[in-house]
Design a protein. Sequence first.
Length: 408
Amino acid sequence: MTIDKAELLRMLRARRRGYGLPGAFYNDPAVYALDLDAIFTRHWLCVGAACEIPLPGDYVTIPIGTTSVIVLRDQDSGIRAFFNTCRHRGARICDADRGHIRTLVCPYHRWTYKLSGALAYAPYMPDDFDRGAHGLRQVPVRTLCGAIYICLADDPPDFDRYADAMAPLLAPHRLQDAKLAASIDLIENANWKLAMENSRECYHCATQHRELMRTFLDLYDMADPGQSADIRAFWERCERDGVPSHIAEGPDFRASRLPFTHGARSITMDGEPAVARLLGDVPHNDIGSLRWVHYPTTFNHALGDYAVMVRMLPIGPQQTLVTTKFLVNSEAEEGKDYDLDRLTHVWTVTNEQDKALVERNQAGVNSIGYVPGPYAPAVEAGVIKFVDWYCDKLTRHLHGGSATQAAA
Ligand code: FES
Ligand SMILES: [Fe+2]
């Protein structure tokens, strides 16, 4: 089934706030195409960590729907992003997820681009061909304390509000000086919104995440942690130790620092740090974790000994690429300061458990018997906030009369 713009607007107007979305929002190819247009080409997307590409010529490719973007470190050590599409006849240039290059060479007819994106070589083109007008198309890019954000729009929305709110909280973790210890891809056969909804609540954690719940405080983003005297005392102690611990929140993000349970000092199977060296300028491991989410692609945790960045990218109406990156102190040596299995174990099993849950969710909403059900505000407020944000963006986009092809 595919639905048109008028029907979508009617469904958005008719939706009951605090309830799940109609099934079409989770499985219809036309809604998926609209999501790519209204959400993924208009907002800043967290796509990776600057420490993944430390040297000039290091690159990663980012799949966003049918679009691929190259993010690279240029000759001057700046970070640039380009559409991974040749300016000759449009062939995709880079196939690999990551690698190192001196120049970008299109495999089709060998047009060759510098790391600045400038076209350096285009064989057999006429004398009056303007190479200067055929460099790779740049994609706006920003970095925020070691995280890379791109925006596919020509006129990106404001980024500074988010950056200004997050910078003090992120500062002590110094993710810009970290190193990438591991990057693990997982394909979830579910719509990206189901993956995001699942990540915004811990209603399911007690019964589904045995390993995570050894250390993880089941008090999710939208609960008011300040109501707890223990958490207020934790924040005061962190602040005294120079680790900012206020809540930061905006329409498309939220950050809070929360302690672990059972005296744990890290999210590992035994609660002890996975890495012998602290990450950043933090004073010790007893700082809990800074949890932050930024719609539509990422949620993260920065701990005393490591940071985990989870990125969710839509690759089909019912398929989402979930990539989990582990950042550690750049001086930490694998095998000496940390064991990779120990570092990644809790998150790897948790992600597999979540994959099963969101795929179960997808299967159920694909049924003709599905009707949207109510969220539990006490434990699913984060889901409600995300779904409201999504519906607002989609409604505005549809009313904006853009060239969106809502009907497939
Ligand atoms: S399409 Fe890239 S060189 Fe022809
Ligand atoms: Fe989960």
